[in-house]
Design a protein. Structure first.
Length: 308
């Protein structure tokens, strides 16, 4: 206490001067409209700058949550691009009820939200391929058999055999899954085979990796009589029900007629850059289990359905 009193006594002149300065500034601002306006404008500017800095810091630490939200939103939007399997069953005219509610809905949507086929109502807008957003936490690129690890697992609905896509195109297929992580075999795997078609004319083939360049794959089983064009887009065919039909795989880079073969040797440049792959989506195909069962009973093996 003595030290505090000694400090106040020693610096009493400076302290009295500081108090008088603050008091005079207060009186000046309070009694002068111009000074009051200038003071509050300056104060608002400084406070706004401080709040802006604080917001930037908070936004930086919220980037993870923001990215997760964007991934989920992208998954919902991208899911709308994949037509349900039932969409191709639509006829030009359909036997639907003629009540006013249905007619109004038809005028708004341009098509019914259910089809009467085989005396059974089937939903036409129910998506067959829900998407699970995920982040790549580990990957290999230069091996003969390459894998990726994702930060989703069985608790998120991931199961073995599901397809994986990105915003650019096809990525691979789920191989092993735990509760919170999943390992997938990428397109860059010696045993990966994907049923594909050329978008321009519908030619069907099978995508396989050559094992060297991570940007190129081979499109097998394209007959020599088919006309090819450099730059043609190659997409999934939908034959094996792992990937939705029409997902981009890449573009034709080159093609050669081998003298002793009945098929083209077609090289396709992949749409996905695996060296920069960060966010992907696991494709959950609802009709796949039933389709696999009926095809297994018939002894049919889907095109491009080899599994590593």
């Amino acid at each position: 206490m003595n030290n505090l009193l000694n400090f106040l006594f020693r610096y009493r002149g400076i302290l009295v001067f500081a108090v008088l300065e603050v008091l005079s500034l207060y009186l000046l601002v309070r009694n002068s409209s111009y000074q009051r306006a200038a003071f509050f404008n300056s104060a608002n500017s400084y406070v706004g700058q401080v709040l802006d800095w604080r917001t930037q810091v908070q936004d930086y630490f919220r980037l993870v949550d923001v990215n997760k939200g964007l991934m989920q939103e992208n998954a919902r939007l991208r899911q709308q691009l994949y037509p349900p399997a039932l969409s191709r069953r639509q006829a030009d005219t359909l036997p639907v009820s003629k009540d006013s509610t249905t007619q109004a809905r038809l005028r708004l949507l341009g098509r019914p939200d259910s089809l009467l086929l085989g005396l059974r109502q089937l939903a036409a807008h129910d998506p067959d391929y829900p998407l699970i957003p995920a982040r790549v936490v580990n990957s290999t690129l230069r091996r003969v058999d390459n894998y990726l690890t994702l930060n989703v697992g069985s608790v998120d609905g991931v199961r073995n055999g599901m397809g994986v896509v990105s915003a650019e195109g096809v990525v691979g297929r789920v191989k092993v899954t735990s509760e919170h992580y999943t390992t997938i075999t990428s397109v860059l795997h010696s045993k990966t085979a994907i049923s594909a078609r050329i978008q321009r004319d519908g030619t069907i083939g099978t995508i396989r990796w050559l094992g060297d360049d991570p940007t190129l794959v081979l499109l097998d089983n394209v007959p020599r009589q088919n006309k090819l064009l450099r730059g043609d887009t190659v997409v999934t065919s939908g034959y094996n029900a792992v990937f939705p039909e029409g997902v981009r795989i890449g573009t034709i880079e080159s093609f050669v007629k081998e003298p002793d073969k009945n098929f083209w040797t077609v090289r396709v440049r992949l749409a996905v850059d695996f060296s920069r792959l960060t966010y992907v989506y696991v494709v959950t195909s609802r009709p796949k289990a039933e389709r696999d069962t009926v095809e297994a009973r018939a002894g049919i093996k889907a095109e491009g359905d080899e599994r590593p």
